[in-house]
Design a protein around this ligand. Structure first.
Ligand code: FES
Length: 196
């Protein structure tokens, strides 16, 4: 089975401390108030998201400890969520973090070839970061846009109806810092029926 992008960053690059900045602290306090006092665990996921956004797209071990203390829940409750969901990264990711959906509908529509194209083109494997730190790849379960399969997600945006050619085009444009069209890469709009 192929490895995924879940390994915890090595000690050498783990920051020595972590705390929410002023903005995130205020957001975190508001999030906690949204849930009943006896359901503190409900705030773990949004707080992990804040920590990840604050730390350039990945969650260091100190942030796991910080959130556990912040919510007064055990560290393992925070860690188990951070390690379960593919949207949380526990080691540095590239400026462009490419997530290829490899669940059945996308697989039937060519996700394997798309993944292969990404690996070949970028010279990295799943779970790796390119030397220039521009790209990283992961494989993920259903991204919830199966009607437009195959789908890849880059940072926060979806790119759908991907073919090997459009995949290559997207990677070239990103490499040259050019704008790319979000959504279906075919001629159809959103998830309307294809003309063919
Ligand atoms: S299977 Fe790929 S988006 Fe659902």
């Amino acid at each position: 089975m192929e490895k995924s992008f879940k390994k915890i960053a090595e000690e050498l690059i783990q920051p020595k401390k972590f705390a929410f900045d002023k903005d995130n602290l205020s957001k975190a306090n508001k999030i906690v108030q949204m849930y009943p006092k006896n359901f503190k665990e409900s705030s773990i996921m949004p707080l992990l998201t804040l920590a990840q956004e604050q730390n350039n797209g990945w969650i260091p071990k100190k942030a796991i400890e910080y959130i556990s203390k912040f919510l007064k829940v055990s560290e393992i409750r925070v860690l188990e969520l951070a390690t379960f969901y593919s949207m949380y990264n526990l080691s540095p990711i590239g400026k462009y973090h490419i997530e290829v959906c490899t669940t059945s509908p996308c697989m039937l529509r060519g996700a394997d070839s798309i993944m292969l194209k990404c690996k070949e083109k970028l010279g990295i494997n799943i779970g790796e970061l390119s030397k220039d730190k521009k790209f990283s790849i992961n494989h993920v379960e259903c991204l919830g846009a199966c009607v437009n399969a195959p789908v890849i997600k880059i940072n926060k945006d979806y790119y759908e109806d991907i073919t090997i050619n459009t995949c290559e085009e997207i990677l070239n444009k990103l490499n040259n810092n050019k704008k790319i069209k979000v959504g279906p890469q075919s001629s159809r709009k959103a998830s309307e029926p294809t003309k063919s």
